[in-house]
Design a protein around this ligand. Structure first.
Ligand code: ZN
Length: 259
């Protein structure tokens, strides 16, 4: 649970581990920040006087930063009040590399799309931290995005069905070919593939195997998994198509991704 305490005026504050997903200037001196917190989930707060108070917030309230923040709990859809922030990790390596930066931006977009204010999610926070750490320490940005997305869909309750055919229920066979159908969220074997124009993405056996492993591997071992160039391409095509189908819109930051 998050630590709570009262300040000298008796106002309740909470201390939270949080990652900055978005921040924007507000008026002359304030900054409005959207965080993803370990316990509270998404939280939008205002840091009063943050643009002037260099000491309290400088280099901290920046997109992607991992922080410990002291804040009030928002009531009646109002903004939380952010009193202080302590930098845990600024992920400097991630910021210096364009491909890492654009991948992290896409990851933030996905978290914003799938979460609501003050709805905690015990799986998403460690996944977000894992993604930024991996980008920061030099893991291939596209692999990080693929592993993030496959686990992200599982965390929000839409894990893609990759182990057996949605049509006949047969487990994946080595002498069969498979396609992913975004509208039904799973794969179909060649025999069950309707002769329709429904959008589908071909997934080779190697890709299916890697993605299934990525779904089941503990987070701390995910970085050891290797993806071939072909598997990266197939995985990105299917994950993009699935995301657009799930959220019923284009993913804005996808167009800026580079390898
Ligand atoms: Zn089938």
């Amino acid at each position: 649970m998050a630590t709570t305490y009262s300040d000298k005026y008796g106002k309740q504050h909470v201390e939270s581990a949080a990652v900055v997903l978005d921040c924007r200037d507000h008026g002359e001196s304030d900054i409005i920040v959207t965080f993803f917190c370990r316990h509270q989930g998404r939280l939008t707060g205002i840091a009063k006087g943050a643009k002037r108070s260099k000491k309290r917030f400088v280099n901290k309230l920046e997109i992607f930063s991992s922080l410990i923040i002291q804040h009030s709990l928002p009531q009646n859809n109002r903004l939380a009040f952010v009193a202080e922030a302590e930098l845990v990790d600024g992920f400097l390596g991630l910021r210096k590399n364009v491909a890492c930066y654009t991948t992290a931006t896409a990851i933030c977009e996905f978290i914003l799309l799938a979460t609501k204010e003050m709805e905690g999610d015990e799986e998403l926070y460690p996944l977000l931290i894992w993604s930024f750490h991996s980008l920061n320490s030099g893991l291939s940005p596209l692999s990080v995005l693929i592993f993030f997305l496959i686990r992200f869909f599982a965390a929000i309750g839409y894990s893609p069905q990759l182990e057996s055919c949605l049509g006949c229920g047969q487990e994946v066979l080595t002498n069969e070919t498979y396609s992913f159908h975004s509208s039904s969220g799973g794969i179909r074997c060649s025999r069950c593939n309707e002769k329709s124009t429904m959008e589908r993405v071909r997934l080779s056996l190697g890709t299916l195997k890697s993605l299934t492993t990525a779904l089941n591997q503990p987070l701390e071992r995910l970085h050891r998994l290797q993806l071939s160039e072909n598997s990266q391409e197939e995985a990105l095509a299917f994950l993009h198509s699935y995301a657009c189908q799930l959220f019923q819109r284009e993913i804005t930051s996808w167009a800026f991704l580079t390898s």
